[in-house]
Structure formats: C-alpha cells, structure tokens
Design a protein around this ligand. Sequence first.
Ligand code: PMV
Length: 327
Amino acid sequence: MNHAYTATAEAHPNIAFIKYWGNRDHAERIPSNGSLSMNLRGLVTRTTVAFRPDLGSDRLILHGRPVGGQALARVSRVLERVRAWSAMGWYAEVRSENNFPTGAGVASSAAAFAALAVAAAAAAGLTLPERDLTRLARLGSGSASRSVPGGFVEWHAGASDENSYAESIAPPEHWALADCIAIVSAGHKAVGSSRGHRLAETSPYQPVRVADAPRRLNLCREAILQRDFAALAEIVEADCHMMHAVMQTSRPPLLYWGPPTVALMHAVRRWREQEGLPVAYTIDAGPNVHVLCPQEAAEVVRRKLAEVPGVQRVLVAGPGGPARVVE
Ligand code: PMV
C-alpha cells in the first residue's frame, strides 16, 4: 500500500451558542438557520483514513471495533464526495478514537466528521481551502462544519452546497471562556439529531425561531467580538430555550431534559442573579448542561456543579483550535 494515501487528523467538538436545528435540505445538510459555536480544547477525536486498492467497500473502526449501518453510511457519504473531487478511486478504512466519552452529551459527531473530512482530503492528495473542508464535514454532520475552523466559528446557512460553509470569527486566544459540562447521563440519546432535524419542521414555532435567527446571530457575534459576557449569557440562554421550545412542540415531541437538567438551569440562574457569578447555560439534544463562564471562574463553577444532585462528572474546556492533519 502506498503510504501517501493515508492521513491522520485531529479535531475538537464544539458547543453551539446559537443552535442549528432543522434543515432546508436534509440530503446536503443545508440548515434552516446559521449557527455559531466555540471549539472545545482538550476534547479530541483522532481519525486515520487509508485509501486502499484491496478494499471492496468503505470500512469504519471506532475504538478498535468495526461499525456498520447508519454511521458507516454517513462516513461513506463524505468519502464519496472526496472521491468525486479527486482522482481517488479506492475505498477507505477509517479508524477513529475520542479521548472523551462517546454519547455523553458532548457532540462527538462534530469532532468525528471534522477530523474525517480533513484526514480524507489529505489522504486523497487534495489540497482544499478551509471553506471547502467545512462543506465536506457538513455532509456527515452539520455541526461538524463548525469544528473545522479554529476558535469561535460561524456556519453561514447558505442555500446550496457551495455557500453553506463555516468560518472563524475569532481565534481561540480572543476570549478566555470556559465550557463546564455537567454530565448527568452518559447514555446514548433517545432521539438522535438526524431524526430531530427532520422533526423540527413539525413544530409551529420553528418558522418563528428561524426568522429570528439573524438577529440572535448578530447579538451573539457582537457579544463575542466585544467580550461582553452579560450580553453573551442573555442571548445564549434565549437561543437554547427557543430550540428546546421547537423540540418540545414537535410531533412527536422531544423532551431531552431530565430532572437534574432543570435543577441545573435553576442553579445557574441563582448563582448569576443572587451570587453575581458570571455563568450561562446551554443544552444540546441531550440532558447534559453546558455552563459557560470566564476561565477565572471555571474552578468555582466546576465545584458548584459537582455538588448539584444528579451530576456524575464535570468536564471543563477552553476555546479550541482548528481541525488539523497530525501525521
Ligand atoms: O450536527 P448534528 O446533526 O449533530 O446537530 C447538532 C444539533 C445541536 O447540537 C443540538 C445544535 C448545534 O448547533 O450543535
């Protein structure tokens, strides 16, 4: 096998401050609204892609175990596009590992597909601009487009494959924020995000949420550029509630919160309003609560979160860099 057709890449997951929920085109993953996130340093997915002449189909090996079904189909979708964009005609073996618990409410698919896109392009000998790597990652998982660039990243919704891409609005050093992730359940989600995105359009609230997204994006982008934590806290929590309102009013309704999720939301509000602690929460398609704060407050926040009943563990991550080839 020619060594040149192998590459390894690493990527971080990200936490969305303005959420992506719902697609206008499910096949190409063109989202209903733009979104904005921060990459999470310290949490890493490492993926190796090897194109080989001896394979009769693509192969996926997660943490040393072969995986098929939907996960493999999504990986193949990204690999197919790499083959279409390059002279590569072979199937690939993809090996991937996370240094954080999969399915623990830390969106592992974002880091996984960002690392896959970067590794697969390099392995096929393609030198793509970052913008095209974000488009490639988007095909596997929408939020993965935001894990390709570094730091604070905006994914422009666009209307087609060409103009639905992500770019950094500020590097990781721009703002020393921390995401303190209170893990209340390490199990897999009841309804995955691919199905959730399809249900979004069944909620009467989704058109309202989508129409208001440019306003929220502007407020969030400004809060980040100005390093204005109070403004960030307000818009991040409002956006989180709008997404969960859509989820909870879909048919069938999706209720991702458990009792500890709600307890944590109340606790965070109390710490901010009564104790003056700079904190804000956001929640993805699961029960875990991401608590944002300036890095100097992270140790206090971590300790307080660990004391809330139902919290099993707290992960703390600062702003992370871009996805990159490591070998
Ligand atoms: O990229 P997906 O299909 O896993 O969807 C991500 C959905 C949320 O995590 C709930 C929101 C977001 O923007 O990350």
